[in-house]
Design a binder for this molecule. Structure first.
Ligand SMILES: [Fe+2]
Ligand SMILES: [Fe+2]
Length: 216
């Protein structure tokens, strides 16, 4: 009987240690999948906006081209940040899987951009952030939140630009754009701050995109 008790306690101990090890080594499985999806989505958006910028230049919309250049960089930073978190969770990122997209007129490209940003802002990132919080994955939650906040601003800028173009009021367009290199936040010349609202990086470190000077 004595030995039975010893064996029973030993088994209990092994089960308890196994449980603790499992808890500490468990990865945020859903968030890792979400990070891969977001990494590919942001990489696709970055490439797409760079192409939209070229198309806008060819159509003579120099100011819209600068906005697309700035948002392209912004999405690139979002993708980079998601990739860093993936690596932290033990995943090699490799090359992004670029999704398909079409290049049309600048008016149409703006609508395509608005549709993509609306999906990411309303559906994709809220779901990813919720999953990261459930899985207690703060690094993923932070990267998703920075991107989510950035997409809201992209969407607002695209809508402003679209409405000005529809009215034929190109003179109202901003011709200076700034991108925070840390979180991908974006500003125009009117609302730019001395430091980033999301991550506090100083304006002096922002990447600038102006109609006259060009991007980085
Ligand atoms: Fe975006
Ligand atoms: Fe920032």
């Amino acid at each position: 009987m004595f030995y039975m008790k010893i064996i029973f306690r030993f088994i209990l101990l092994i089960v308890a240690v196994g449980f603790i090890v499992q808890c500490h080594s468990s990865k945020p499985v859903k968030s890792i999948e979400d990070l891969k999806t977001a990494f590919n989505s942001e990489s696709t958006a970055s490439e797409k906006y760079a192409k939209f910028a070229q198309a806008a230049m060819e159509e003579g919309y120099d100011t819209i081209a600068k906005l697309f250049e700035a948002t392209s960089k912004s999405e690139k930073i979002h993708a980079f940040n998601h990739g860093k978190v993936l690596e932290k969770y033990g995943n090699s990122i490799g090359n992004a899987e670029i999704g398909s997209y079409e290049i049309k007129t600048t008016i149409e490209n703006l609508q395509t951009a608005i549709n993509g940003e609306t999906y990411e802002m309303q559906t994709m990132y809220p779901g990813f952030i919720k999953n990261a919080e459930i899985e207690k994955a703060p690094e993923a939650a932070k990267s998703f939140t920075w991107a989510w906040d950035g997409e809201k601003k992209h969407l607002n800028y695209y809508r402003q630009v679209q409405s000005l173009i529809v009215k034929g009021n190109e003179n109202g367009l901003s011709f200076e754009w700034y991108v925070c290199p840390t979180c991908g936040n974006i500003y125009n010349d009117i609302d730019v701050k001395e430091s980033c609202d999301f991550c506090l990086t100083k304006k002096v470190n922002f990447d600038g995109y102006t109609e006259e000077v060009g991007g980085e």
